[in-house]
Design a binder for this molecule. Structure first.
Ligand code: GSH
Length: 310
């Protein structure tokens, strides 16, 4: 059985999305706790500079971004599917909306003063200040919603979800759970962690009942390992996953490239292009501690640049 290693931290909504998917599929997994803010030397040893949370490791293969991670988990364990045919293409569209638009109102809404003390329980003023500075630097160039804008937008979005559930369906895209449910659930999960602001959910009774159904896919108990153990696992791996290469104009196998996110946390990862398809890009890199690793990204939300043009 493939060893799935999830690098995450407890309060991360995107990590909760993946934890729920792992629970839904009844998978055992290994858990590595990562820091909530920079510096993250053990993360960078594996990812080459990608600092977002979570990421998935299988031996010396590193998968960034939950959209790709979920597809990989589906490949490893196809049943029950998180892309059931009955959910149609809409499940991908709702998932992408939830991972971007919904997430970016749920965060500023929940992190208003009444919510932040519940999310950052026990954090000293110094930690809170450092966290704020880290996130400000990470989102440079992004216009984040004010708490008031976020509240208004969130109420509209919650209304849409309630309407979608209006015909009594069990899950967002029908009777079967799908990726749309896990993506939407991560933001609801985050809001619920801050009871004073979670009252916004209460009028949406179908949404609340739906969330309980999704949350019931509680994760298996993971096995905790340290980040240095994870690096040692990468270093000991003797092979990586096969990759496909579909030539595109201006890109050939072996090119030195950088891959970076296009929205926020745009830290570039430098490597040799080894895999390319409509859905995925994979680059090979070498790290003093992790050895040869292949870092995989989805195409949506990422940019590939040739090193000399970067
Ligand atoms: N599109 C990414 C978004 C991931 C993301 O934004 N994660 C947040 C935590 S939930 C993050 O990286 N925060 C900064 C950090 O952990 O350093 C994905 O699907 O994985």
């Amino acid at each position: 059985m493939t060893d799935l290693i999830l690098h995450h931290y407890p309060s991360s909504p995107f990590s909760e999305k993946v934890r729920l998917v792992l629970g839904f599929k009844g998978l055992d997994w290994k858990s590595v706790m990562v820091p909530t803010m920079l510096p993250k030397p053990d993360v960078v040893a594996l990812t080459g500079g990608y600092r977002r949370t979570p990421f998935l490791q299988i031996g010396a293969d590193i998968y960034c971004d939950t959209a790709l991670m979920c597809r990989v988990i589906e490949r490893v364990a196809p049943k029950p599917s998180i892309y059931p045919p009955s959910a149609g293409g809409a499940t991908h569209i709702v998932s992408q909306w939830a991972d971007s638009a919904l997430f970016w109102v749920a965060i500023p809404y929940t992190m208003q003063p009444a919510g932040i003390e519940h999310i950052m329980q026990g954090a000293s003023p110094e930690v809170l200040k450092a966290f704020g500075a880290d996130r400000a630097a990470m989102t440079t160039g992004m216009r984040r919603a004010t708490p008031a804008d976020a509240a208004a937008q969130l109420k509209t979005y919650l209304g849409w979800i309630e309407q979608q559930l209006g015909d009594g369906r069990r899950f967002l895209c029908g009777e079967a759970a799908s990726i749309a449910d896990f993506s939407v659930a991560q933001s609801i999960w985050f809001i619920r962690r801050a009871p004073p602001v979670a009252t916004v959910l209460a009028p949406h009774t179908r949404l609340v009942a739906w969330y309980e159904r999704v949350a019931a896919f509680a994760p298996q108990r993971p096995t905790q390992i340290g980040s240095s153990d994870a690096i040692a696992i990468a270093a000991a791996a003797t092979s990586t996953a096969p990759t496909v290469f579909e030539t595109e104009p201006g890109l050939v196998q072996g090119d030195a490239v950088t891959v970076s996110a296009t929205d926020y946390a745009r830290d570039p990862v430098v490597g040799k292009l080894v895999g390319l398809s409509r859905e995925e890009v994979a680059i090979e890199r070498h790290d003093a501690r992790a050895g040869r690793v292949v870092v995989h990204f989805p195409r949506i939300g990422f940019q590939i640049r040739k090193e000399d043009a970067a």
